[in-house]
Design a protein around this ligand. Structure first.
Ligand code: SF4
Length: 449
């Protein structure tokens, strides 16, 4: 019988597991109990030791790898990670969740792509686990999990699940509302609508309730509440880390997560990848994050000072769009449009804009929260006029803004320019990018020079 803990890693029961089982000094050590449990589950991992996480640290990395690959790898096989959906792994996985939360909160901003990836992975794990629970017990499990989650609320208002409504996963008209309160419990339903159902037999009330409040709605709401609690948890960890020193094992884990994400990005991501050579005719390839100059990385990681808007709207927008679509712009010396390289604008919407939006979210304060009109300015700098969205019919209404030179960055965005040794050889961040890609492709050349 699946327990609440299997769905909610922050349930009351999890505290006991954490107190009794976590020794931070040993999270990278071989864990016989974990190995025995996984061997017993067996499925999909016994043929290759690389698939077999034998310590808590490796289990955390597998959690991230599973979700990343599911999202990006067309040859992905769930069976390699199916132990995550077997209840025997429960207490190990709860610990892995909490270790991962600590490492993510230590290393990344709350609005970073990495934090989002972690939250999305938790959401997918819950969905997948619920989808595998048998019909006989699903109702009890959902009700128990929801009851525990709702014990902190006087009542649940529709405002409390705004992200679900905004994402259109739930529509207000599909919720059973009483003066703004969401009704998810049959007794409460009976109490609130007592006068209308006074003469009804119990069976009829039960049927009406089940028709009005389906499983799916409850599942979506409980998942949303767990994700909101996880966000709050990450925030609390971050605040605590300002006062206390991080444990070296968590620091090590956060570095291993970063390295894993770099490897996965290189291998599978549609945002970043390898490609392009310095010199002759550079090929247009996916973006290679490892070749970005310091000023660009500093912008993506989060601009904290007064020049936030220019850094994102003027500097990063042009760098990322030209870096991805027309890195040879200064050599070609011809006026170009985005659609010359990206006719259906798929690359622009699926690769370029997400990176710009990531930088906007990471900025302090996040750019679009206090200045949503800057989204229009970004569209304009890409050459699509002053509009909310990128549309081909608007292209040409404004000019596709070309990347700033290093001199301009140094003058206007002083705090972003932190030159490294590659910077000495170039005069424009875009040239840095081409040169560094070439260096990466021809490994060790940088050190030889
Ligand atoms: S020197 Fe140029 S490329 Fe290097 S960090 Fe400064 S602005 Fe960026």
């Amino acid at each position: 019988m699946a327990s609440v803990l299997f769905i909610n890693p922050m349930s009351n029961e999890s505290q006991k597991i954490l107190k009794e089982n976590v020794d931070l000094d040993s999270i990278f050590e071989y864990n016989q109990e974990l190995v025995d449990t996984l061997s017993h589950i067996g499925e999909g991992i016994l043929d290759d030791e690389r698939k077999f996480p034998n310590s808590y640290g490796k289990l955390v990395l597998k959690r991230i790898e599973w979700y990343f690959r599911e999202k990006n790898d067309k040859d992905f096989k769930t069976s390699e990670y199916s132990y995550f959906f077997n209840e025997s792994i429960n207490s190990f996985d709860v610990i892995a969740f909490h270790l991962c939360s600590q490492a993510i909160a230590f290393k990344y901003n709350l609005s970073s792509r990495e934090t989002k990836l972690f939250l999305e992975s938790e959401q997918r794990i819950i969905e997948e686990r619920l989808s595998r629970v048998s019909n006989e017990i699903i109702e009890n499990l959902i009700n128990e999990t929801l009851n525990e989650l709702l014990s902190n609320f006087t009542y649940l208002n529709w405002n409390d699940i705004l992200p679900l409504i905004r994402s259109k996963k739930i529509s207000l008209k599909n919720l059973l509302l009483y003066k703004g309160e969401i009704i998810l419990d049959e007794d409460e339903f009976e109490e609130k609508y007592y006068t209308e159902m006074e003469d009804w037999p119990h069976r009829r009330i039960e049927m009406a309730f089940n028709r009005l409040v389906g499983h799916k709605t409850k599942e979506l709401i409980l998942t949303q509440l767990i994700i909101e609690n996880t966000e709050e948890y990450l925030k609390n960890i971050k605040e605590k880390l300002q006062r206390i020193q991080i444990h070296p094992s968590i620091e090590k884990l956060s570095n291993e997560i970063a390295e894993l994400l770099d490897r996965l990005n290189d291998k599978y991501s549609k945002f970043y990848g390898e490609g392009g050579i310095f010199g002759g005719d550079e090929e247009i390839g996916t973006l290679n994050k490892n070749a970005f100059p310091p000023c660009v990385n500093n912008t993506i990681e989060g601009v904290k000072s007064g020049n936030r808007n220019d850094a994102i709207v003027l500097f990063l927008t042009s760098f990322i769009s030209y870096g991805r679509l027309n890195p040879q712009v200064f050599r070609r010396d011809t006026t170009t449009k985005i659609s010359d390289f990206d006719p259906d604008l798929k690359i622009t919407t699926e690769e370029i804009l997400p990176i710009i939006h990531e930088a906007a979210n990471n900025a302090v304060p996040p750019l679009f929260e206090d200045q949503p009109q800057e989204k229009i300015n970004i569209v304009s700098k890409l050459g699509f006029g002053m509009h909310d969205d990128i549309k081909i019919e608007n292209e040409g209404q404004t000019k596709w803004y070309t990347p700033m030179s290093c001199d301009k960055v140094k003058l206007h965005l002083t705090n972003l320019c932190k030159p490294d040794k590659v910077c000495k050889k170039i005069g424009n961040p875009l040239s840095y990018y081409s040169y560094k890609k070439w260096l990466i492709k021809n490994k060790n050349k940088e050190d030889d020079e």
